[in-house]
Design a protein around this ligand. Structure first.
Ligand SMILES: [Zn+2]
Ligand SMILES: [Zn+2]
Length: 309
């Protein structure tokens, strides 16, 4: 059986262009009781865990706190308080932790769910925490008014029918309008017509990643040409771009210790643009749409930096 999501993905003009578009449509559909599990009951109270987690992160941000959750926080604040995902943001702001005794299985399941949802461009996993990235007010409002409203349609009694209904997007695919890009023509050039590059671009614009990179590398030195931006342009504040070495991946590979960020380098704006042009040239010459591996992308980056005069 071909679901609507498959149909949309197979269509080059489909609405879903990125992992982000897909996940944002999934958040408001995924719920417990889940029809693939034996304990499924169509009439049980529904819980939309991804809506609850994202609402809690937004609530922290609105309270002026760092928007981050560990697995234990999710147990104690969200699951312990029986949050369903339907509550409004004020409810999440007022949550008080409750000690929730979880089983090993619950912890493993929650961990898998967190890893899954962290592929959203607005989320990052870093040092055991799930972070909400720096987001604009319009992104926040769009999330709260569209993507974090649980779907809440009437459930089908039959597990299989219900599962198919969940896996289908029917005609209700909505894609986020926020983070819709920049007016810089060279940026548009390297994202056009390529779904993967949209993801890459979003990663490179992550404010959170930039913040962490800056903590680890306090001097704004370009990894390609070695120029120190604070010396070249003393009036600027950390004028480095974050470059993700592996264009085809949006996943964050961040070390557990938090002392180094792998796959991420800081580049001066000129080198950054030139490196992307080098990628473009290299891929064209090798008749490839994208890099085949992380190693290949890394090697081409090193090659590019060596050719800088
Ligand atoms: Zn440079
Ligand atoms: Zn880049």
């Amino acid at each position: 059986m071909v679901t609507d999501i498959c149909r949309d993905l197979a269509n080059s003009d489909g609405k879903i262009k990125s992992v982000n578009d897909y996940l944002f449509n999934y958040i408001r559909k995924f719920r417990f009781p889940f029809p693939a599990f034996d304990n499924y009951n169509a009439t049980d109270q529904r819980v939309y865990p991804f809506c609850a987690i994202l609402k809690y992160l937004i609530a922290q941000r609105e309270l002026g706190e760092e928007a981050k959750l560990s697995l234990d926080d999710i147990f104690n604040y969200i699951i312990g308080n029986n949050c369903t995902g339907f509550e409004d943001i004020e409810h999440y702001k007022a949550l008080v932790p409750v000690t929730y005794k979880h089983t090993d299985t619950e912890r493993r399941q929650l961990r898998e769910m967190v890893i899954f949802i962290s592929q959203l461009s607005v989320l990052k996993v870093y040092d055991g925490f799930l972070y909400l990235d720096e987001i604009s007010d319009s992104a926040k409002n769009e999330m709260l008014t569209i993507f974090l409203i649980p779907e809440n349609r009437s459930a089908k009694i039959d597990r299989t029918e219900e599962f198919l209904e969940m896996a289908s997007f029917c005609n209700r695919i909505i894609v986020p309008t926020f983070e819709m890009l920049t007016s810089d023509p060279s940026d548009i050039e390297f994202i056009e017509g390529n779904r993967k590059r949209v993801e890459h671009f979003r990663v490179e614009r992550s404010g959170l990643l930039r913040k962490h990179y800056k903590q680890v590398n306090p001097n704004p030195v370009c990894c390609a040409c070695g120029a120190d931006m604070s010396k070249c342009y003393p009036w600027t504040d950390y004028m480095l771009d974050i470059h993700h070495l592996l264009p085809l991946s949006s996943a964050m590979a961040i070390s557990k210790s938090g002392t180094s960020l792998t796959d991420i380098v800081g580049l001066c704006p000129s080198c950054h643009r030139a490196v992307h042009m080098y990628y473009h040239k290299w891929l064209k010459e090798n008749d490839q749409a994208d890099f085949k591996s992380k190693q290949e992308a890394h090697d081409v980056f090193v090659q590019a930096t060596k050719e800088i005069v």
